[in-house]
Design a protein around this ligand. Structure first.
Ligand SMILES: Cc1cc2nc3c(=O)[nH]c(=O)nc-3n(C[C@H](O)[C@H](O)[C@H](O)COP(=O)(O)O)c2cc1C
Length: 352
């Protein structure tokens, strides 16, 4: 491991027991494998497992696999967004989605769908039973989770996208706040959506110092941070570390499927778009056939119904390596991606 200059030892490092102020974002779609999470933690950062809607057995297995691979701190991430009001016309949505099913050889989607009960309380219990050191929460008010987590000895990290959300998270007693700027890949982490489903889009450079000034806990900067320059900029803004998602998508240990990797390599800073179409909540992804056809005449179902309705399409697209029909979440720092690096090399290069 590289020597650590004192500027790289922040309160975040002391609080979470990290050598370096680098946090790998919890990500869905099988990207954050146990190998990736453990490798980041072993390299001195904090690896986070994205566990949104994971089956309980899979979650417990993944946590145990991480613990077998590292004795360093790591985290588990959940999306805590509440269901939104809006379009519930499932039959019409399915008729539209059936064109993608045809391409993938899938049967037509069912015209009726019920939302499955949220598994989050059960999954949270597993996180506590397994003594996971850090609970990471995105896309919602962290309030009801903080006390139970602290009682179980876990630290809580909440992701926000405005100063008002940061103040709310701090009042709830969270230990770390990730300030997510508009450049970020994946879902916008706003607690609630506006009347028309819109969200504010404050860039990382503007958001981070305003959040730092508003709260007393350590702040992580998120959105567009891809290398040491980004980390240095984050620290200069008063953040005490960087939360990086997109940069780890090409890590050797990540579960990003082959066609997703190809699309990332070919994309540049102008190739992403923020759209609610794939899941019902605004998220930044690469522009592809899925997003473009949805943009040209599709009203997505409300969150989380849209994702439930299209889940068979996304699963089949990933399994059969069809990146055109999968939501390819990605941030704007795309030209800074590097090929064929391990997670440890990414952490070391960023620090160096
Ligand atoms: C592929 C992908 C999946 C993501 N999934 C999640 C998730 O499940 N939960 C979450 O809180 N954030 C998720 N995010 C957002 C990250 O937490 C973080 O805000 C973002 O990656 C930071 O910006 P960057 O991608 O430019 O580094 C995801 C981001 C990406 C790129």
């Amino acid at each position: 491991m590289t020597d650590r200059p004192s500027a790289l030892r922040t309160r975040l490092c002391d609080l979470l027991g990290l050598r370096y102020p680098i946090v790998q974002a919890g990500m869905g779609a099988g990207i954050t494998t146990s190998d990736l999470v453990a490798a980041v933690s072993n390299a001195g950062g904090l690896g986070i497992l994205g566990a949104h809607m994971m089956p309980a057995d899979t979650l417990r297995g993944a946590i145990r696999a991480i613990k077998e691979r590292t004795d360093r701190p790591f985290g588990v991430n959940f999306i805590v967004a509440p269901p939104e009001p809006g379009n519930t016309e499932v039959a019409a949505a399915q008729r539209f989605l059936d064109r993608f099913r045809q391409d993938l050889g899938l049967p037509p989607g069912p015209p009726n769908l019920a939302l499955p009960p949220s598994p989050i309380q059960d999954l949270m219990t597993i996180v506590f039973e397994e003594r996971v050191p850090v609970l990471s929460l995105g896309l919602g008010d962290p309030g009801r989770f903080v006390e139970p987590a602290h009682e179980q000895g876990a630290q809580v990290m909440a992701m926000v996208s405005t100063v008002a959300e940061a103040i709310r998270a701090a009042e709830c007693g969270v230990d770390v706040i990730a300030a997510q700027g508009a450049e970020a890949g994946g879902h916008r982490s706003n607690f609630t959506l506006g009347m028309d489903g819109d969200v504010p889009m404050v860039g990382t450079l503007a958001l981070v110092p305003q959040v730092v000034d508003a709260v007393g806990v350590p702040v992580l900067a998120a959105g567009g941070i891809m290398d040491g320059r980004g980390l240095a900029a984050a620290l200069a803004l008063g953040a005490e570390g960087a939360l990086m998602g997109t940069r780890f998508l090409l890590a050797r240990e990540s579960g990003t499927f082959a066609g997703y990797r190809r699309a990332l390599r070919e994309a540049t800073e102008v190739d992403t778009v923020v759209t609610p179409a794939p899941t019902g909540r605004p998220a930044r992804s690469l522009r592809n056939k899925l997003v473009e056809e949805m943009a040209a005449g599709y009203e997505p179902l409300s969150y989380p119904l849209q994702g439930v309705a299209a889940m068979d399409v996304y699963r089949a697209a990933a399994a059969s390596d069809h990146p055109d029909l999968f939501p390819l979440w990605a941030g704007q720092g795309l030209r800074l991606l590097q090929e064929d690096q391990s997670a440890a090399e990414i952490v070391a290069a960023t620090i160096a």
